[in-house]
Design a protein around this ligand. Structure first.
Ligand SMILES: Nc1ncnc2c1ncn2[C@@H]1O[C@H](COP(=O)(O)OP(=O)(O)OP(=O)(O)O)[C@@H](O)[C@H]1O
Ligand SMILES: [Mg+2]
Length: 357
């Protein structure tokens, strides 16, 4: 398990034109637990502190305060020599691949093993084995400049995994890749995670990536973890504004443009107002019985504005944005609220024809 216990990072920075330095609080008392063998995502706006956080895990960045544990070892308490040894159990991959241009693929993968003083024979065998695992065994003699982005990242992954780490850290590793290549690299990460039982911590601005392969996710905002938990929970029932904002696109819950012009209020009570609400469901629950139940039981009209069914890993989940009108609309709302669904009243809109019903 990876455990961060009240980790803070303060940088001393100087503003251009000013002589005095000031403190920049990049991380503010971050506490997290990451289960062994899981894939853990970190999301947040640019500058939220994601890279700083992941660099604090392998102590590329030393926390200003707080403690980092990996597999029971307190990383923050190790001296330099012990830290170097402990770091070998942590691989890292980057957006820019960071390959050595003057070494072949084979030489790149071998590099950490040479540092680790493996024998020539062991290195040759391991390079071959790991290259096969990531699907680049036919590229071993080539140089990075001769490879595609996806192939370069596979080399990056092979190098990171060469000396059998327990943890793989990934900072925007798929951000420079096209969607198809991203998919195949993600498939590879998932595959490795399952085959080797490796713990993966990844930063991404692509919510699709989180949805597709992560088990849990943390939302970082201005250096603080503001929301955290299983992806299914966080993505279907986000609580914080920043999370909703990050997810709006991928969960496709934004209202259609035609609603932008409507008189919209969060105040209840106008007798003319229709109710706009968002219904989220996942697992076995599906949309159609919900809607037919409403229409059958109440004198209410249901207008579906947004309907979206999606998958988080293998679990189907969906979102409906509906407009409820008609005399029984408040009762219909109660009925929905009583069901085992996540129902959120977005607001009330005046009926477009202005009539009360
Ligand atoms: N070495 C450094 N010295 C001074 N300030 C730094 C340093 N590294 C990061 N920062 C600051 O810390 C804050 C967090 O930076 P960080 O790189 O962790 O953000 P991020 O969430 O990874 O952003 P992005 O999505 O753009 O990569 C930013 O305000 C950044 O300017
Ligand atoms: Mg970053």
């Amino acid at each position: 398990m990876i455990r961060l216990d009240g980790v803070s990072k303060v940088y001393r920075v100087s503003d251009p034109g000013e002589t005095a330095k000031k403190d920049l609080h990049a991380l503010k008392s971050v506490s997290l637990e990451i289960e062994n063998g899981s894939i853990y995502g970190i999301i947040g706006r640019s500058g939220a502190g994601k890279s700083t956080l992941i660099r604090c895990v392998n102590l590329l960045e030393r926390p200003s305060s707080g403690r980092v544990f990996i597999g029971g070892v307190e990383m923050t308490a190790l001296d330099d020599a012990k830290l170097r040894a402990a770091r070998r159990k942590i691989g890292m991959i980057f957006q820019s691949f960071n390959l050595l241009a003057n070494r072949t693929v084979s030489g790149n993968i071998a590099f950490p093993l040479e540092l680790d003083r493996w024998t020539k024979r062991e290195i040759t065998d391991r390079v071959r084995e790991i290259a096969r695992l990531v699907g680049i065994e036919d590229k071993l003699g080539q140089y990075p400049s001769q490879l595609s982005g996806g192939q370069k990242q596979r080399v990056g992954i092979a190098r990171a995994l060469a000396n059998r780490p327990d943890v793989l850290l990934s900072d925007e590793a798929t951000s420079a890749l096209d969607p198809q290549t991203t998919k195949s690299v993600l498939g590879l990460l998932r595959d490795i995670n399952e085959k080797l039982g490796l713990t993966v911590v990844l930063i991404t601005h692509e919510m699709e990536v989180i949805k597709e392969i992560c088990d849990s996710v943390a939302v970082l905002d201005a250096g603080e973890v503001v929301e955290e938990g299983p992806v299914l929970k966080v993505f279907t029932t986000p609580v914080k504004g920043v999370t909703k904002e990050l997810l709006a696109q991928v969960m496709k819950t934004q209202l259609p443009d035609s609603f932008a012009g409507l008189k919209f209020t969060h105040e209840r009570g106008s007798r003319q107002a229709d109710i706009l609400l968002q219904v989220s469901f996942f697992g076995d629950v599906t949309a159609s019985p919900i809607i037919s139940g409403l229409v059958r039981n109440f004198d209410a009209d249901v207008n579906i504005l947004v309907a979206h069914i999606d998958h988080i890993r293998a679990t189907p989940c969906g979102t409906l944005v509906i407009q409820l009108s008609g005399p029984d609309r408040e009762d219909a709302l109660e009925y929905l609220l009583d069901m085992n669904l996540k129902v959120e009243v977005i607001g009330y809109v005046a009926r477009s024809d202005g009539t009360a019903r």
